[in-house]
Design a protein around this ligand. Structure first.
Ligand code: ATP
Ligand code: SF4
Ligand code: MG
Length: 370
């Protein structure tokens, strides 16, 4: 794999997370697998924001959770600051986890309603022995609240006494309490009112500047990812199909799937909106329990060719300037040597297709992330 220039904090190699599908009442027989994450390679620099996008069910949350070892990897390595987290156990794993925290989509379900904000923030600090000095701990709590823009009086309150945006600030403060290096934010603003989304995104950016944090931001809203990310990875059925810096991805998408996703976003200028081409995809998203052979996108790809597409799985490969694409024909598509075929009119429904509410709930308990 080509590593991005600069100091790499996280390197994921051929990561797989397969969930067994069980059947039978008496004997728990495994009758198949959901290939939720199926061969992901990526490297993230210290201080970078890496955006992860793709349709519902493509494996974004599972990948995020596997990086933090909240989901057990089936194969592959997750090297965080020089240590393979996928191999760690017991105390070593617990220690490594302090440095990698998660911010969840729905702050209401990821914060225990019976715990005060003080107790929520203290829990992680206590688990990692960061609360030994009483006065320093109190100072730290006040500092954390100030960092996320909440008043000191919040300490004695409970999650239901806050608005959605404020609750997400508490979720962020909880992650910061243990002084992490990496934060995986899984749909951090999609449960919030549009009016407060920008505030929370700005807060994440400010905190990154102040604390030198590294982020993986998972989002179905392509506008949010574009705004916040240095680089973006596009996932389809358990694997990355394209990865490049945010501007290049929007200006010059190369993978047919990315082209289709981006072409489905309405453009504010009505003249451009009327004339621009929308790319139609055939058929539904295949099941990750039974992914298509060869290129996983071949069943829907308007550029599909007679050879290779349905037999050989394309690797994610660099085709210049750090732009990686998993398509046998990326250069031919880029240079106009092959053209898309007509497909049945069936537009990619961005709101439905990238709906974050369809998968299993991304609820993490605080116990889980300690
Ligand atoms: N614990 C689990 N057991 C079995 N299957 C699972 C489990 N967690 C996720 N899956 C399946 O793995 C696939 C990927 O799920 P995942 O939640 O990672 O997708 P996602 O890209 O985050 O989707 P969304 O945008 O809806 O949040 C889905 O088919 C999902 O049903
Ligand atoms: S490899 Fe073939 S099917 Fe896959 S994206 Fe490229 S052209 Fe389409
Ligand atoms: Mg998800």
């Amino acid at each position: 794999m080509t590593r991005p220039a600069g100091d790499v904090l996280l390197e994921v190699t051929d990561l797989k997370v397969h969930f067994p599908i069980k059947s039978g009442i008496v004997f728990d027989r495994t009758v198949g697998h959901v290939y939720a994450v199926d061969g992901v390679d990526l490297a993230i620099r210290r201080g970078e924001t890496y955006g992860l996008v793709g349709e519902s069910g493509c494996g974004k949350s599972t990948l995020g959770r596997a990086i933090l070892r909240l989901s057990e990897p089936t194969a592959g390595s997750v090297v965080f600051d020089g240590t393979d987290v996928a191999q760690l156990k017991g105390e070593e794993l617990r220690k490594a986890r302090r440095r990698m925290q998660m911010v969840f989509q729905d702050p209401m379900s990821s914060l225990d309603p019976r715990q005060s904000v003080e107790s929520i923030l203290l829990e992680g600090m206590h688990a990692h022995g960061l609360d030994k000095d009483k006065a320093a701990t109190q100072r730290r709590l006040r500092q954390l609240l100030a960092a996320v823009g909440l008043p000191e009086t919040s300490l004695r309150k409970y999650p239901h006494e806050f608005s959605g945006g404020q609750r997400q600030r508490i979720g962020i403060a909880r992650a910061l309490a243990v002084e992490p290096d990496l934060i995986v934010a899984d749909e951090p603003v999609s449960a919030l009112d549009v009016s407060v989304q920008a505030q929370v995104v700005n807060l994440l950016e400010d905190l990154q500047d102040q604390l030198g944090l590294t982020y993986v931001v998972i989002a179905h809203d392509l506008a949010v990812v574009r705004h916040i990310s240095d680089r973006i990875g596009v996932m389809y059925l358990g694997a990355l199909v394209e990865e490049t810096d945010a501007d290049s991805l929007y200006r010059d998408p190369l993978h047919p799937y990315t082209k289709a996703l981006l072409s489905a976003i309405p453009v504010p200028d009505p003249q451009v909106e009327d004339t621009r081409e929308q790319i139609l995809l055939a058929g539904d998203l295949p099941s990750p329990a039974n992914p298509p052979s060869g290129c996983r996108f071949h069943t829907r790809c308007p550029w599909r060719q007679a050879s290779l597409c349905d037999t050989d799985r394309p690797q994610l490969r660099e085709i210049g300037g750090g732009h990686r694409v998993a398509c046998h024909y990326a250069e031919d598509i880029r240079d106009g040597r092959i053209q898309p075929h007509e497909v049945e009119p069936e537009l990619v429904e961005l709101t439905g297709a990238l709906n974050p509410d369809l998968g299993p709930p991304d609820i993490g308990t605080s116990a889980e992330i300690l």
